[in-house]
Ligand binder design. Sequence first.
Ligand SMILES: Cc1cc2nc3c(=O)[nH]c(=O)nc-3n(C[C@H](O)[C@H](O)[C@H](O)COP(=O)(O)OP(=O)(O)OC[C@H]3O[C@@H](n4cnc5c(N)ncnc54)[C@H](O)[C@@H]3O)c2cc1C
Length: 401
Amino acid sequence: MASGTVETARRRALVVGCGMAGCAAAWWLEHEGWEVVLVDKEAEPYPSSYLLQLDAQATRVLRLMGGQEIIDEVTFAAPAMSVRWGTRKVRELKLDGDSDWRLARRSVLLSRLFAHLPSTVQKRLGVGLEALEHRSDDVLARFSDGSSESFDVVVGADGLHSTVRRLTLASEAHSVYRNGLTHVWINADVPLPDGRAVIASREGMLSLIYPFLDTDQTSVMAVVPVPGSTTPDEPMLVEQVCDMVERLGPDMRAVAAEARKSEDTKLTRFSQVRLPRWYTRRVVLLGDSAHCIDPVSGMGAHASLPGAKVLAESLRDTDDVTLAFARFEAEIRPFAKTAQSITARTVEFSTRAEGRNRAATLAGGIGDLLATIPATLTRHSNRRKTPFGAEPSRPKQITKL
Ligand SMILES: Cc1cc2nc3c(=O)[nH]c(=O)nc-3n(C[C@H](O)[C@H](O)[C@H](O)COP(=O)(O)OP(=O)(O)OC[C@H]3O[C@@H](n4cnc5c(N)ncnc54)[C@H](O)[C@@H]3O)c2cc1C
């Protein structure tokens, strides 16, 4: 380089995982002027067609990303719902839907989000991250195809079983909280009567029954206690859930009957990622890898889409990546902590024995809520500084002399 000339280099970011968090991080970092490489270990990363929920914040951030067409074409307004609980006498509460809360098939929504990424984002599918080496000025990443490359930052958006988390912060055994509950997912080929979602707590199970509004299908998801030492027997659990759905009322009989015939079923385990810190050196976790709340919360998208925006904007304000990561975590952690606490209490309340234990769980839940009020207030005052809803602004580049 001739003396006195100034070379402007774009900062390089590796985003690991192209789920909701990884796609959003790639979009926002590119928007902030970063050179972005996005990898996913799967050649076809969106196999499951179960429902994913976007809350109002996540929907707003997707809109800011120019995703109005995606919202219009592949998501639908969360339906009205009925909440049913009790066994002897079923009590029911009817709630209106909210048009800013959207539902979508995960596979369809994420494929569209991936296709929406600018062509300047380098996308490599079927390439897994395998190792990271921290160096003084960068971090070296090694991939499953034998290649290696250096980056200014690495964003671990690689989900619940995160490799980035395992390589840098904690093993799965030390970061994933499990409570012995299993999710049973069933897609049934029948429309839900009157299109109203049903949330029910009955027979020691919590169930969420939602219509797929793009087809005449119904999604049944139930949280069922399975002792840790037992290997889950999928057909038996599916049968148990269908029996319970049938007993929710005459309107649920057709759903139960079709659910029994379904071959589109899967089991996953209730899991929450609980970590004291989400970053180290030049590496930061985003989305489920940092704070999986559990799909039953319906909040997985929340901290992924707004979280990606906050992360990219925190990095805009400084070249000190550690400071930027700390700001990002301070902004997002209160929400994740509150959502985890409420979700864990809700499933405990809905799947435990009746009587005093349930009352104690409910009292504990109220305690959790009260304890999170100071954190929520802090988050709201932080949001005034970096609002989720603010219009995107333009990039900063680093200057190398
Ligand atoms: C297959 C699947 C199905 C799901 N289905 C539902 C559902 O139906 N409903 C629901 O509410 N939630 C579901 N979830 C969870 C939901 O997607 C998340 O809670 C939320 O969208 C936040 O996503 P995320 O981007 O943080 O993580 P994820 O959506 O889990 O994405 C992580 C990505 O990282 C990739 N990855 C993992 N390890 C590596 C590595 N070493 N190198 C490169 N890439 C890697 C994975 O292939 C994956 O594409 C599902 C997750 C997965 C992985």
